[in-house]
Design a protein around this ligand. Structure first.
Ligand code: GLU
Length: 301
């Protein structure tokens, strides 16, 4: 994220991506993230990619994907090449999970979210991960291979969890990554993956999770600069660990401030934050959205 706007370097190899999930309509928070990515990519003559994060088959809809593409074009967000759709790469995510499992670093977990929540709520002050979810207490961690296979053959539903302790032992040293701010040289941050405990890295309904798909795709797409909201700051520690375990490149990161509503709350697709299409229907122009975001975030977009 070096500032090179004066004369963008034709040899620049920086690759940025905007990676929305098609599970609702985009709002001003997405607009800011997309436009800020483009600003930084243009400043250094880098490439801008679009990735559709649609591994959640229950919540993702093709109609939301079509809508977000239309909204981004309307906003003036341009990208290079065809968007990469994660649902088309499930076999790659599954292969990576299997690789971790063969090395004893991931294991099948048969517990449902409800079972885990009940078990943890019954204990005093059971720790939670940075998203506020109870850390996995480990019931399935030490099941024998025979027991695991028997449950899978009997048709039990299961997800994949990372064995955090084994993973940290395998890496054996603190991991770091670079966090950049516009125009500065960046700071080295020590990753803190252990905050996630035995993180869920493969869902019950899909052989992937946001975390595994994100690091594999950033690598596959040659992403050098991940620019995303501060709400994903803590996830970067886990991403850094997965990159180290899977031999993937580590991009540099920038986690930007979040756009807030007039009561200081984070915008959300599920709450009643106005979508870009609501605003457009009310006659707001793309230029006005840029102006409003530039004013609120104190950065020229
Ligand atoms: N798909 C995520 C979202 O819509 C963004 C993930 C990322 O940028 O790493 O919040």
């Amino acid at each position: 994220m070096k500032e090179r706007s004066e004369d963008a370097d034709p040899e620049c190899r920086s690759v940025f991506r905007f990676a929305p999930s098609p599970n609702g309509y985009l709002h001003l928070g997405h607009a800011y993230s997309a436009l800020f990515n483009v600003k930084l990519a243009q400043a250094c003559g880098g490439k801008m990619l679009l990735r559709i994060e649609d591994i959640d088959s229950e919540r993702s809809r093709r109609s939301f994907e079509a809508a977000l593409i239309e909204d981004l074009r309307w906003l003036g967000f341009n990208w290079t090449g065809a968007p990469r759709r994660q649902s088309e790469h499930m076999a790659d995510y599954r292969a990576a999970l299997d690789r971790l499992a063969r090395r004893g670093l991931a294991y099948p977990c048969f517990c449902s979210r409800g079972e885990i929540a009940r078990a943890c709520a019954a204990r005093t002050n059971w720790p939670r991960d940075p998203d506020g979810v109870f850390l996995y207490p480990g019931a399935c961690r030490d099941l024998s291979v025979g027991e695991r296979n028997a449950r899978i053959e009997a048709g039990a539903r299961w997800s994949f969890r990372l064995d955090m302790e084994k993973a940290l032992i395998e890496i054996g040293k603190p991991l770091t990554y670079m966090e950049f701010h516009e125009g500065d040289a960046g700071v080295k941050v020590t990753a803190e993956p252990s905050a996630w405990g035995d993180a869920l890295i493969g869902r019950r309904d899909a052989p992937a999770s946001y975390h595994i798909a994100c690091v594999l795709d950033d690598h596959a797409q040659g992403v050098t600069d991940v620019v995303r909201g501060l709400d994903l700051d803590a996830a970067t520690g886990l991403h850094r660990l997965l990159q180290a375990l899977l031999g993937l490149r580590t991009p540099q990161y920038h986690h930007h401030r979040l756009v807030l509503d007039d009561q200081g709350r984070k915008l959300s697709k599920s709450k009643s934050s106005p979508s870009l299409r609501d605003l457009r229907a009310r006659g707001v122009s793309a230029a006005q959205i840029r102006e409003e975001l530039s004013r609120q975030m104190q950065i020229a977009l």
